[in-house]
Design a binder for this molecule. Structure first.
Ligand code: MG
Length: 391
């Protein structure tokens, strides 16, 4: 059973934009775009095989920046949306139609607080129903005012009334057909997919959700969301590693291969910089060390490229809902010269961690020919990492 998620991010919604004049789905929530949080929630869920984001093509640069912070292989190429939400969802469905998708969840990009529990709840409901949507029972009393004077004309019984949220899930073929029929019938006023499914005669069930998964629409919503995500605590970790020189013709340092009169000896590619950095990140989240997760006695890691270890540490941070804010590596050696390779190392590390290179420090020093590094017997590396974890 293959389930895809479509994240609808094509709106130009500037109501919540604030001073930065960014569409609400790209507004910054605790230093990352709203849409990135939505993308991460679906990419991180085991029940979701692939994720496609429907964007306004004019926002491509904004999307690319957001995508950088979500290093997931589940993310497909973004799809250009239409003039309405309905048209955008149809564009997303059409883009997935040759991917062998059985079920699809549609989610609003501007609901960044969707939880794994909600996604699981909608998926479970789809086992028994053609459609399922996250929804919240109404708690407030509803009044109707029919005219501009705001005189109350009626109080509406709230019993049985729910507020529709997303994700909304369907069997893929059902929803695609319903959307195509609606488009052909020029029935274009639907504001969510459950309404189209009802219109098409599908049985749709409500899945109780948290009001926290509400949509960011106004500047006030955005301010409240920013408060809600403010409760992160910074964590710092350190790492240290040493590898000795052996006969060879190149060393791997911070993800870059450098021609040299010797190589570094080790079970993996012996990238001492990435090893120290991996330990720094693991240290920041209190999750053991590189030797515990990748024992040198395990044949699987013989000759392994060390970006595998660093990517694992990155994923452990993501699994905790955390974010790496900056890392810093110092290499201690007499040779090779690091300066000419520093920029490439920053880019390599930034690429593995999915952060900007401006958040990566790479430095080098000699030890004035003192000690084992001074005698050119090996290379040492130290690293620190700062991670924000939900408090
Ligand atoms: Mg090592």
């Amino acid at each position: 059973m293959k389930t895809a998620a479509i994240i609808v991010a094509a709106g130009s919604g500037l109501r919540a934009a604030g001073a930065a004049k960014l569409p609400k789905q790209y507004a910054i929530l605790d230093s990352e775009p709203v849409v990135a949080r939505s993308m991460r929630a679906f990419c991180a869920h085991d029940g979701i095989a692939c994720v496609v984001v429907v964007i306004n093509p004019e926002h491509r640069d904004l999307y690319d920046a957001a995508r950088q912070t979500v290093p997931s292989a589940k993310l497909l190429q973004p799809v250009g949306g239409g003039a309405t939400r309905q048209a955008s969802v149809l564009a997303g469905l059409e883009a997935l139609q040759r991917d062998g998708v059985d079920r699809v969840l549609i989610h609003d990009a501007a609901r960044p607080f969707v939880t794994a529990e909600t996604i699981s709840g909608v998926l479970a409901a789809l086992d028994r129903h053609a459609g399922a949507l996250a929804a919240v029972p109404l708690a407030d009393t509803l009044k109707r005012s029919a005219d501009d004077s705001r005189t109350v004309s009626e109080t509406i019984d709230r019993a049985g009334l729910w507020r529709a949220q997303t994700p909304q899930g369907f069997r893929f073929a059902d929803l695609l057909e319903a959307h195509r029929r609606a488009a052909n019938a020029t029935a274009t006023a639907f504001t969510d997919d459950a309404a189209i499914a009802e219109w098409a005669g599908l049985d749709v069930v409500l899945v109780p959700d948290s009001p926290k998964n509400s949509k960011i629409t106004t500047a006030e919503d955005l301010a409240m969301a920013q408060q809600a995500v403010g409760v992160f605590e910074p964590r710092t970790g350190t790492g240290f590693d040493v590898h000795r020189f052996a006969e060879g013709d190149a060393v791997w340092l911070c993800g870059v291969e450098i021609p040299h009169a010797q190589r570094l000896d080790g079970h993996s590619d012996a990238d001492v910089g990435l090893h120290a950095l991996t330990d720094a990140i693991l240290g920041a989240i209190g999750d053991g060390d590189i030797g515990q997760h990748f024992p040198p006695t395990d044949e699987r890691w013989r000759g392994a490229a060390s970006h595998v270890f660093l990517a694992d540490a990155r994923d452990r941070v993501a699994a905790r809902g955390g974010r790496i804010t900056n890392v810093d590596v110092t290499l201690l050696c007499e040779a090779p010269k690091i300066g000419p390779h520093r920029a490439a190392m920053q880019v390599a590390i930034a690429g593995i961690l999915g952060i900007e290179s401006s958040r990566v420090g790479v430095k080098a020093t000699t030890t004035e020919q003192l000690g084992f590094t001074g005698r050119r017997e090996g290379i040492a590396a130290m690293a620190t990492a700062t991670v924000l974890l939900p408090a």
